[in-house]
Design a protein around this ligand. Structure first.
Ligand SMILES: C[S@@+](CC[C@H](N)C(=O)[O-])C[C@H]1O[C@@H](n2cnc3c(N)ncnc32)[C@H](O)[C@@H]1O
Length: 271
């Protein structure tokens, strides 16, 4: 990042009640943040690397908030967004946690692609049903980006990929991969099949075919459907699928973590 500190000086924050840093308040209150961020069109990124990835992906910064000791080392923040600096104790009382990465930034959200457009451009996609854990969601996006998945479709009850923890666990790869949230479930699964995908329900349950046995035809344009920790895929999702697919397991283990299952399936279907 090339830095503009010389052009835009850091503005010092001395009180956690300063209205200029409203974007960063109570970051540990997941419920409040989840209700507040999307309707207000913003998200929070943490740490220089992730912030740089958001900027590279074209997200527009609203402001940055930094540990005052780090100001001199920063480079490449945009000149048109205010840079606020605060002592660690003030940072902690604003955010609710010790900001050990030293920098947070608030970004404007942008429109996600329309579902037909997203599907038209993709060959291999991940479809996530009821993924409500930010860490699993972030890990899935990181694997999806790394292993060549073209797009991610989310059911309406999935967590927000731009929630701070999901962004952090993904190492900013949520910015690299296009995604869209369905507003018609399980209708979107029919739309995915009608767009030419073979819908493969990943399940550890009985009667599924081993992933290594998929035919070349089934591998041509796969949509890999993954369910939540605990309940797994709904009956409606299972019934909508073209095939049920299992990653064989050993030692009596009954299932894999969903992010692990996703990574294995992504590798198998994109290699
Ligand atoms: C922890 S599992 C859910 C377990 C749930 N009891 C079930 O039967 O689906 C979460 C998700 O990971 C995927 N998964 C986990 N282990 C798998 C395996 N061995 N083969 C295929 N998919 C698996 C499935 O998509 C599943 O919905």
């Amino acid at each position: 990042m090339t830095r503009q500190n010389a052009v835009v000086p850091a503005l010092t924050i001395t009180s956690p009640d300063d209205p200029r840093i409203g974007d960063y308040r109570a970051l540990t209150d997941v419920e409040l943040r989840t209700r507040w961020e999307p309707p207000n069109g913003l998200f929070i990124a943490e740490g220089e690397l992730v912030i740089e990835r958001a900027l590279r992906a074209g997200y527009r910064m609203r402001s940055a908030l930094v540990d005052e000791k780090r100001v001199a080392q920063l480079t490449g923040l945009p000149a048109d967004a205010p840079l606020y600096a605060a002592p660690p104790a003030v940072l902690e009382s604003i955010t609710g946690f010790h900001v050990h990465r030293g920098i947070l930034a608030s970004f404007h959200r942008r429109e996600t692609p329309q579902m037909p457009e997203l599907l038209a451009k993709a060959r291999c996609i991940a479809v996530l049903e009821g993924l409500n854990t930010h860490t699993n969601l972030g890990a899935l996006f990181r694997s999806a980006a790394a292993l060549g998945i073209d797009a991610v479709v989310l059911s309406p009850n999935c967590a927000d990929p731009l929630y701070r923890r999901a962004v952090r666990v993904s190492m900013g790869e949520v910015f690299a991969i296009p995604y869209a949230k369905s507003d018609d479930w399980p209708g979107t699964l029919t739309a995915i099949r009608e767009a030419g995908f073979t819908l493969l329900a990943l399940t550890p349950g009985d009667g599924a075919i081993p992933i290594g046995s998929l035919t070349p035809r089934q591998r041509e344009r796969p949509a890999l459907l993954l369910g939540a920790e605990g309940p797994g895929l709904t009956r409606a999702a299972m019934e909508a699928a073209d095939a049920r697919v299992v990653i064989p397991m050993y030692n009596g283990v009954d299932s894999l973590n969903v992010a692990t299952a996703g990574a294995i399936a992504f590798y198998e279907l994109t290699r």
